[in-house]
Write a protein that binds this ligand. Sequence first.
Ligand SMILES: *Cc1c(COP(=O)(O)O)cnc(C)c1O
Ligand SMILES: [Zn+2]
Length: 381
Amino acid sequence: MSHDAYICPECGTTYPLASLAFRCACGGLLDAAPFEVVFPPSGDYAGERSVFRYRQAMPPFAGDNAALDASWRRVTMGEGLTPLLPLDPTDPGVLVKVDYAMPTLSFKDRGAAVLVSAAAAAGARRLVQDSSGNAGASVAAYAARAGMSCDIFVPDSCSPRKVAQIEAYGARAVLVPGSREDTAAAALDAAESGARDGSTFYASHVYNPFFYQGTKTYVYEIFESLGGRLPDTLYIPLGNGTLLLGAYYALKDLRGLGLITAYPRVVAVQAEGCAPVFRAFASGGAAVVPVANSGTEAEGIAIAAPMRGSRVLAAIRELGGEVAIAPESGIDAAKKTVAYRGFYVETTSAATFASFFRRRAAGIDEGLVVLPLCGAGLKSA
Ligand SMILES: *Cc1c(COP(=O)(O)O)cnc(C)c1O
Ligand SMILES: [Zn+2]
């Protein structure tokens, strides 16, 4: 097997990174081929002030060597290493990770920085992506940084502020009428026809496994911030599961390295109006059955048919975690409560807090809790 590769977990076929493959011929979604994880960072990496502090815990990029490691040095904008602070200074038991303190104001920069660096090393010159907003803005920014052209497909219902942000980076925003799923289908078409020219890379945060190699830094940072331990409970919003799966990989790494002996309680949060993983988890099924989105304020996690749904389900079960619901009626109030503590988040991000506040009010004691502030308030109305 080539050193740098994608592997299909369904059939075992590998693809070199330079092939710009984004899906197996059998239809399976690709993973990164197995690689050695080094953590905590050592040598020069220990002083790096970006997610690439954890470069030794990520797979090689195409043809990786000292010279090509330069791809991320050109691309990084100092994303990551975000503050971990009490939500309320009088209650040290509830911590928030300020993940909107990123170049494009959402945690998606963790994944995009790594994904675009990998794409650059693989020789991509044009990126195609689809998103309900934040991932698109993030990929657009890093594409600009890497000197690539970029087309982002978004639902025509996307917040105008997110569209403006995508276009501000010089990317083309392609507004697709219909559902989030129609947008994904349009991007896939563009990626498939673009792949034939040999330089277009489908920079999807759902398809491309390097995105998860970036989001896993979220948990490494928490471990380091707490002086080499994890909290009792991690709340994680769940749409497609990009932060959830990243957290899963990091937790597996930490346990594999003997740095933790048990997993924290992982509470994945779905919006009441669009909760396919919640339903599948509750019913004990192995597959996520798509639902109709009945409308939710948390548009950023309203994913009716998550592509990696069965993977996400299996990950939550393996961690011994659970799936909770964010009550629609509590989202606005949660947004206010968090803002009154000084943190202005976008509505989607408040959903995680709505779930937490409700469980806490019901008397569930979860020990030391960490919740992410995923996106900045100015991104939504
Ligand atoms: C992307 C995103 C999430 C998490 O969604 P996934 O689809 O599970 O990756 C949560 N909140 C915000 C603000 C986001 O941008
Ligand atoms: Zn396959």
